[in-house]
Design a protein. Structure first.
Length: 89
């Protein structure tokens, strides 16, 4: 969730910076707000749909999907950190 929130914040920041003093501002000013709102609505709708699908899948199927992705991930502990069970006790 924190990672997804970071994408939203970074995207909003980059969009603001890119459109702050855009060349031809007078031409696109009327279209800009509507376009940004539509993009944000589509983004939120897709996120809501993904969350709904994840909820409807159930814990067992979500676990299967997680395990399938985990097979291909190359996860590694940060330098100096041991993530084995023995280290946590």
């Amino acid at each position: 969730l924190r990672h997804s929130l970071w994408h939203v914040i970074a995207g909003a920041d980059a969009t603001y910076a890119a459109l702050r003093h855009v060349p031809g501002e007078g031409v696109i000013e009327k279209l800009l707000l509507g376009a940004l709102v539509r993009v944000a609505l589509v983004y939120c709708a897709v996120l809501a749909l993904l969350f709904l699908v994840a909820l409807l899948l159930g814990e067992y199927r979500r676990g299967l999907i997680w395990d399938c992705g985990a097979e291909w991930a190359s996860w590694a502990a940060p330098p100096g950190m041991d993530l084995t069970d023995d280290a946590s006790s």
